[in-house]
Design a protein around this ligand. Sequence first.
Ligand SMILES: Cc1cc2nc3c(=O)[nH]c(=O)nc-3n(C[C@H](O)[C@H](O)[C@H](O)COP(=O)(O)O)c2cc1C
Length: 379
Amino acid sequence: MLRYWTAGESHGKALVALVDGFPAGVAVDPALINAELKRRQGGYGRGGRQRIESDEVDIKSGIWQGKTLGSPIVLEIANRDYKLERLGDLDRPRPGHGDLSGSVKYLSGIRGVLERASARETAARVAAGALAKQLLAEFGIQAFGYVVELGGMRLEPLPGTLEEQRARRDASSVYSLNPSLDGQVQALIDQCGREGDTLGGIIEVRVEGLPFGLGSHTQWDRKLDGRLAQAVMSIQAIKGVEIGLGFEAARRRGSQVHDPIQYDPAQRDTPSLGYVRPTNHAGGLEAGMTNGQPLVLRAAKKPISTLRKPLESINLQTKQPEPAAYERSDVCAVPAASVIVENVVAFEVAAALVDKFGGDSLVEMKSRFEAFLALARSR
Ligand SMILES: Cc1cc2nc3c(=O)[nH]c(=O)nc-3n(C[C@H](O)[C@H](O)[C@H](O)COP(=O)(O)O)c2cc1C
């Protein structure tokens, strides 16, 4: 079973991911993890903190001579902005953050809650996902995330091969697949920032090269759609997850939703095994299992809760109305969230891959993977 936990506070000494159940024999390149950490810190609309931090992973355990050992892997990202011990508490909870509910639940101040609720924690999740991607690459599986809507503005993805789209996304200041709209989006973010407000958006992640049969219909907690939804919903500020058509499926007739099944022997050696679908409204999952099509997932990110022009709140000491607290904050973190969702999805897919073809070593996984494909093709 491949899984991970994270630890660390926003202004604490470090963020840590402990990855357990990672197969032995996978070559790990820390530069690939650092590249994802850097992307998470970028994107137009982020504030001062990203200029202070320059995240780099320090692999503390689980690797020998560049390859995984099969033992737990600890990934650590130091906080260059460490100052937790010097920070005071807040007394005016921010609507939309964990300040009020967390301080009531833990009978504590707000600081202890916001430090862990903060999305700084996602640096550890991105590191874990970027490690998992190195396992996926061994099987020709790639996860790819981008922004499709920001502040209500649709950023229609331009078509192209995965490589063309990757180049397009990496050229876009908001990580969309339509960089010609960057100027308009930046103007929207700037305007919103001047007004002391914040913006949300929608992210799409595609996973290509997936074999049939990751996840299982046999038990609720083994369904891959359910696992993905839980993992993605748990990302800070994500308020909705859709797979394939998602909510739109509810508005259409069945004949306009379900993907017909055809067979094309020329495609027998592709992940579809020749079972071609003219549409992919299911987003690559049926009954909680991958169906040989690309996985397509969307996530809705709400606008950041900390507003420079704060909403109404209550001073917890006096119980009198006062504006909510303001701490240095971003205007828009949707591009960064696209990196987080991409890596969180990659980790869940890798976990499902280990479940199916697991898991002590890469060599064993690969031989089971090939054996399964041969059996499935010969049916
Ligand atoms: C990449 C990213 C950056 C974020 N930056 C901020 C921020 O600067 N200020 C803020 O108030 N919330 C920020 N958030 C959102 C909060 O962390 C989140 O709203 C809060 O933890 C409450 O959790 P919930 O929105 O999931 O209910 C960010 C979220 C993400 C994904």
